[in-house]
Structures are given as C-alpha cells and as structure tokens.
Design a protein around this ligand. Structure first.
Ligand SMILES: [Zn+2]
Length: 238
C-alpha cells in the first residue's frame, strides 16, 4: 500500500506522533496545511509493523528488547489505512523491508592480569584445566584468556568495516572467541557485527560442523573425543 507518513512535530499529536494516510488521501493536504506536517514521506508499505520499523529502525537496533508493537503505538493510522495489515511477519514470515541491521561496538574488557597469568603458566607447560583450577576460573575463561594472550590484536575503528572483517573471518571458520580476541570486542558484538554485515542470523554458519570436517590444519579435538567415546563404548561392550 502506498502510504504517506506525517510527523514528527505535528501540531496535533494526541492520536500519535506520526499520522499515516494512504498516498491518495485528501487528508494529506490537511496534515500539511493545518497540522504542521513538513516533508511528508510517501512509500510502499505492506504492514503497520513495516511503517514503524522503517521510521524507528535506529531506535530498534539500539534497544532490541522493545517490540515493534511498542513503536507502532506511536502512529495514528487514519481510517483510509484500515485495510493495511498489522504485521507482515505473521503473513510472510519476515518483514519485507527489514531495517538495515545496526549494531553497537562493545569493547572486550578482559582481565589483563588473568591473561598474563594464563600465558605464563601455559608457557610453563600447564594444561588449561590445571590453570583454570589453580586460578579458580572456568576452563572456558582460561581458554579465552589464552586466546587474548596469543591472538594478535587488529584495530578497526570504522564499525561498518569491522563488521565486514568479522563476517569474512567468521565465514573462514574463526570462532567467536577468536574474533573477540582479534578485534578486542565482546563475542556478542562479534555476533551482532556478523549479522549486520551479512544480513544473516549469526547462527547461519555452524562453525563446529565445519571444524569436524577432516582438515590437516585444524586440531583434531572432536575426532579425538569421538575416538575416546568409541573406545569407551568398545570397552563397555567387551
Ligand atoms: Zn486519510
């Protein structure tokens, strides 16, 4: 449906910050002449959700916890829009004009002392499990500390560039942890960056499945574990 959106800063806002009419509605003139509408925006929309997503894309990206409905409430859809469905997603599974995914860069704040301690002990030949136990942290945290210690830091200031770099590396098989260590950002930021650059959910690539493929360059963590399982099974069967 071709719609014309008026607002914000309309004279009369008791019905909504934005007023929406069909593009052909005569009330569009009234909104401009009598209601202070400046530069109304006309475009094709399939649902009320789409209108709200279009106007509030930036807000939504900043606050993912808010639902589209919260934003739709800010719009007065005039009776001429009655035929406009509320949601595109219910019908088509996905909004047609998804707002361009923006994301916030959160710096990785990792305990420098822990990184140093883990690196030192690793150099001394201790296993990650032993180190984790000694330092009273989870093995995962010790592993991350090692990643931070051993991964050369790459600084990318431009968020769009950073997102592309993350997506590229991820597609090449890098783990979220490695990406976090490499770019000095949280794993959550890495995932959001991947989605922003690729337009795909961050779960779209299964890194683990990829790692399980026989490749001489990668460490055979999984196959070894599987082999151990097989041995245990064989023992149990014997
Ligand atoms: Zn109207």
């Amino acid at each position: 449906m071709q719609l014309t959106i008026h607002g914000p800063n309309l004279n009369k806002q008791n019905k909504g910050t934005f007023h929406v009419h069909t593009a052909g509605c005569r009330d569009n003139d009234r909104e401009v002449k009598n209601n202070g509408s400046v530069d109304p925006y006309t475009a094709e929309f399939a649902s009320r959700d789409e209108v709200a997503s279009f106007i509030y894309a930036d807000h939504m990206a900043e606050d993912p916890s808010a639902s589209v409905a919260d934003y739709v409430a800010d719009f007065h859809f005039a009776p001429c829009c009655d035929a406009l469905p509320f949601s595109t997603s219910a019908k088509a599974g996905k909004p047609r004009s998804q707002p361009k995914a923006a994301y916030k860069v959160k710096e990785l704040k990792f305990d420098a002392k822990l990184v140093e301690q883990v690196a030192k002990r690793r150099a001394g030949g201790e296993s990650l499990a032993t180190i984790a136990k000694a330092l009273k942290v989870t093995t995962g945290k010790a592993a991350m500390a090692e990643l931070v210690a051993t991964t050369p830091r790459v600084a990318v200031a431009d968020p769009a560039k950073l997102a592309r770099a993350v997506a590229k590396d991820r597609k090449a098989g890098a783990s979220w942890g490695l990406l976090a260590a490499r770019y000095g950002i949280t794993e959550g930021t890495c995932r959001a960056a991947y989605t922003a650059a690729s337009g795909q959910p961050w779960t779209s690539l299964d890194y683990r499945r990829k790692k399980a493929e026989p490749k001489p360059a990668t460490k055979a963590v999984r196959p070894r574990r599987q082999a151990a399982k097989r041995t245990a099974k064989a023992k149990a069967a014997a």
